[in-house]
Structure formats: structure tokens, C-alpha cells
Design a protein around this ligand. Sequence first.
Ligand SMILES: Nc1ncnc2c1ncn2[C@@H]1O[C@H](COP(=O)(O)OP(=O)(O)OP(=O)(O)O)[C@@H](O)[C@H]1O
Length: 262
Amino acid sequence: MNGMEAPALEIDRVSHAFGKRLALDDVSLTVPAGRFVALLGPNGAGKTTLFSLATRLYTTRTGRLRIFGKDLASHPSAALAELGVVFQSRTLDLDLSVRQNLAYHAALHGLAGRAARARIAHLLGRVGLGERADEKVRTLSGGQARRVEIARALIHRPRLLLLDEATVGLDLASRADIVAIVRGLVAQEGLAVLWATHIFDEVQAEDEIYVLDKGRIIARGTAGEIIGGVAGPPSAPPAEGATASLEAAFRAMTSARSEDAA
Ligand SMILES: Nc1ncnc2c1ncn2[C@@H]1O[C@H](COP(=O)(O)OP(=O)(O)OP(=O)(O)O)[C@@H](O)[C@H]1O
């Protein structure tokens, strides 16, 4: 990998208020090219607001966002060309087939005909839905529909994928499938991923994690480092206990902040 390559995503001192409520307070975060980064935060932490800024649903008034070095405010088309997004809410057309949903999205990106068909077939294979291409989305399970949304987000070959609570409402097996697909895209295709979640067991010990709470990044590091930062260095590297320890560390950090505020 080229050491000079710009990060996939650079969020630099971004703040955002809704009226008087500060939803994001001086947030900085980096997703290196080809890496999986987790954004861990409870409901209301500001994850969706951050995604809305990154996709230009809202405009950034304070701070900067860059996607592979392209400034989102001054070069939005170039920046957004590198970006794929899976939003929290479902956005497929239930009465169209899987293939039609993807073809429609491909057309929006100027991809049609044979090239679109090949890309759609490749992506459906990648998310394990090659056999379901001609079925209506309405007939799919929640997990399968999410996988279609992942395929759709990748139609235009972005090198950065943002996922906002991608596994919410899914059963354990479907959640595991989605996590495995996304981690596979990082490992095998060099995709950079920002994975927003409030579910601790979706984070692995070696992942880079940013902990967002009430609009602020309150910790950054691997799960091991974050646990160590709260509890002192662990005597052994966290294994199965990593999830529980990370959750405990998170509770300790957030309750300390609530006491500060009180
Ligand atoms: N359009 C809006 N108008 C006013 N306040 C908002 C708006 N959107 C979000 N907020 C507030 O901003 C804060 C952050 O919300 P946000 O949706 O970004 O959090 P989140 O981490 O994505 O949580 P969730 O997973 O529940 O969506 C919350 O206090 C929320 O109530």
C-alpha cells in the first residue's frame, strides 16, 4: 500500500447543532484506506448526524470532511464518487425485484446495459444472493434485504463504505452474515469501512474503535487499549471477555461523564 495515500475518510473537528442541541461536538475521526473502523455509540450519540453530514444530507458549517483527500464542501462530486452508504432505515423498493432495485441505482450512476448487468451479478454473488435476483424484495428476509442494500451501495465501485447500524433488528445468524460479508470486502477487496453500531460484540479486539457519546469522541483505540485506558493494563490480552470488558469500560466512561455534567 502507498504510504502517501490519503485516508478514505477524514473528519476534522466537525460540530453540528440542531437549534440549541449540539448533536456533534468537535468530532475528529480517520478511516485509513482499506481498513475497518468501528464507531461505537449508544442511540442518540450522534452517529446518524455524522452520516448525514458525510453524505451531504446536511451541510457542514463547522469543520471539514474529506474522502480520499477530496473536500466534501469544495469538491462534492469527486468526494461522493468514492462513497457508498447503507443507511439505518430501509430504502429498497419492495415491489421491484432485487435486480431491478440494483439496476435503477446503477442507472443513477450512469451504469447501464451489459456493464450494469455484470456489476450487479458480481455484487449479488458477493453478498450471497445470486439465486434471488429475480425475486421481489418483499419476499426477502431482513438480513437478505440488508445484503441487497450493501450490494447497491457498492454499485459505483466506491472505495469507502459507511454503514449505520447495519444489523439493527436482525437475528444473530443474519447479523453474523452481514458482519462477515463486510469484513470480507475489507480483507479481500481493500474496501475502507466505517461501521457505526451500539452493539459491542460486533467489534473485534484488534479493530480501531472510536467511542462516541453525546456528540463527543470520548475514546479512541483498539478494544484492548480502550479497556486498558479505563481499567489499567489487562494482565492478559482480552479474548472472549473482550466484548464484556469493552461494554464495562464504555459504561464506566459514560457514567463518569454524566457525573461530571451533574
Ligand atoms: N433533525 C433533528 N432535529 C433535532 N434534533 C435532532 C435531529 N436529528 C437528530 N437530533 C438529535 O441529535 C442527537 C444525535 O442524534 P443521532 O440520530 O445522530 O444519534 P444516533 O447516534 O444516530 O442515534 P440513533 O442510532 O438512535 O439514530 C440526538 O440528541 C437527537 O435527538
